[in-house]
Write a protein that binds this ligand. Structure first.
Ligand code: AMP
Ligand code: ZN
Length: 103
């Protein structure tokens, strides 16, 4: 499958993982839209929030973002899921944007 995030998860494309769990990895966004911009990405190829039946995975993603924000000493931050093309989603593999470092 030609999915850039699957390739990163499978280490076919090198990336520094800032966080890793059994279900998730996190790495820096290649085109940061904030001083610190990290993507929390599922290991499983799930297209978007639209595919989910419950909040368990997204809850884990939010808690991973919170942990990273604490590690990076972010005073405040934005969390965003873009869902579908009309929602600004460009990469069709579930991810949460963590944007901070404004302080
Ligand atoms: P979205 O618009 O929500 O699908 O966000 C996709 C994000 O992935 C964008 O902010 C891109 O800058 C980022 N991105 C695309 N390719 C890579 C890559 N190879 N490594 C890191 N981030 C990437
Ligand atoms: Zn994928």
């Amino acid at each position: 499958m030609d999915c850039i995030f699957c390739k990163i998860v499978n280490k076919e494309i090198p990336a520094d993982f800032l966080f890793e769990s059994d279900k998730l990895v996190a790495f820096a966004d290649i085109k940061p839209k904030a001083p610190i911009h990290i993507l929390i990405v599922t290991k499983e190829h799930i297209v978007s929030i639209k595919e989910l039946q419950d909040a368990s995975l997204t809850a884990e993603m939010v808690m991973a973002a919170k942990k990273l924000a604490e590690e990076k000493k972010m005073e405040g931050y934005k969390l965003a899921f873009n869902v579908g093309r009309a929602g600004g989603q460009e990469v069709d593999h579930l991810h949460l944007h963590l944007m901070g470092g404004f302080n």
